[in-house]
Ligand binder design. Structure first.
Ligand code: SF4
Ligand code: SF4
Length: 310
């Protein structure tokens, strides 16, 4: 790098070196009124209720200064998780993001390395968030120009698709903001048509009808009957609203060693899940996002899937 290289260029180069596929900057200002309004309407409708935490810490969700006093910028980072190897077509399906190591751990570690880089270069402190704090992460991703929020409620990186996980570094450092992403879905609506639970409407997701929310966040001994009716072979999460999205037609496999699935995971079939011991579950999933559902939740989902496909 030339001695006169800007700090913005240095940070983006370091983010790329750390394995991030996109990096953008936004000014750390309070969230726009219209975005706050839409979120409030979603909470008031009750459609968030499968993710009860979404209604807490509303003040923090609006203002990044409550996460880091002195915040000047939000750095948004995205990392591809599209697999290179897949489960057999007839296997009980796990969402792609759950194939390898828990992305929270992977992105947090790399985000902290970027925060350390910023500290060493500028003396400015930062805070790293990976779903770990009340943060409107897709809002900030759009603000920072790395993508737009599709009607499937996922962040879509133009030309790259939506199989990306996000991380934010809130920092005291003032950075020149990037232009927000202005792309939209246009008249597509494919995700709304393909959603098994008909959970998508008007850019909102009704978590009560979403297989991803229900198979992961629901703690009941049995899933709601009508979720069981449409569960198909989704034993953990659901990618249907991404798989049908035209922006993912050219998705390419990730390059993250930690995201690669084990052979043991890829060989799991229905009986193996139903017979799984706690020891096996811990061995396969202790560093996976799947640990969130616990063994009992995974078996509950598996019983519902088996009832549909047998
Ligand atoms: S994850 Fe599945 S159930 Fe949920 S909105 Fe997307 S397609 Fe619908
Ligand atoms: S499937 Fe179509 S409407 Fe849905 S997110 Fe993708 S582009 Fe947007």
């Amino acid at each position: 790098m030339n001695p006169g290289t800007s700090i913005e260029t240095l940070i983006k180069a370091e983010a790329q070196r750390l394995g991030f596929d996109a990096c953008g900057f936004a000014a750390a200002e309070v969230v726009d009124d219209d975005a706050v309004q839409r979120y409030s309407e979603w909470i008031s409708s009750g459609e968030h209720s499968c993710m009860a935490w979404a209604e807490r810490h509303d003040d923090i969700r609006r203002d990044p200064h409550l996460l880091l006093p002195g915040a000047r910028s939000v750095i948004c980072l995205a990392m591809n998780y599209y697999p290179n190897r897949f489960q057999p077509a007839d296997a009980p399906r796990f969402a792609y993001y759950a194939y390898g190591r828990d992305y929270h751990e992977v992105l947090r570690d790399r985000g902290r390395l970027l925060a350390q880089f910023i500290l060493e270069k500028t003396g400015c402190a930062s805070r790293v968030c990976v779903d770990s704090a009340p943060m409107r992460e897709r809002y900030w991703a759009q603000k920072s120009g790395i993508g737009f929020v599709g009607l499937n409620n996922m962040i879509i990186l133009p030309g790259k698709g939506s199989f990306f996980v996000l991380c934010e570094v809130i920092t005291e450092l003032e950075l020149t903001p990037d232009a927000p992403c202005t792309e939209t879905c246009g008249e597509c609506h494919a995700c709304e048509r393909h959603c098994p639970g008909q959970a998508l409407h008007d850019g909102m997701v009704d978590t009560r009808k979403c297989l991803s929310c229900q198979t992961i966040e629901n703690r009941d001994e049995r899933l709601p009957e009508w979720i069981e009716q449409c569960i198909g072979n989704h034993v953990y999460g659901c990618d249907e609203c991404q798989l049908c999205c035209p922006h993912n037609r050219h998705a390419t496999g990730n390059h993250v060693p930690e995201f690669q699935p084990s052979d043991e995971f890829l060989q799991l079939d229905a009986q193996a899940i139903l017979d799984m011991t706690q020891e096996q579950f811990s061995r396969i999933f202790s560093h996976s996002a799947v640990k969130r559902v616990k063994l009992a939740g995974l078996k509950r989902n598996m019983r519902a899937v088996k009832a549909r496909i047998s």
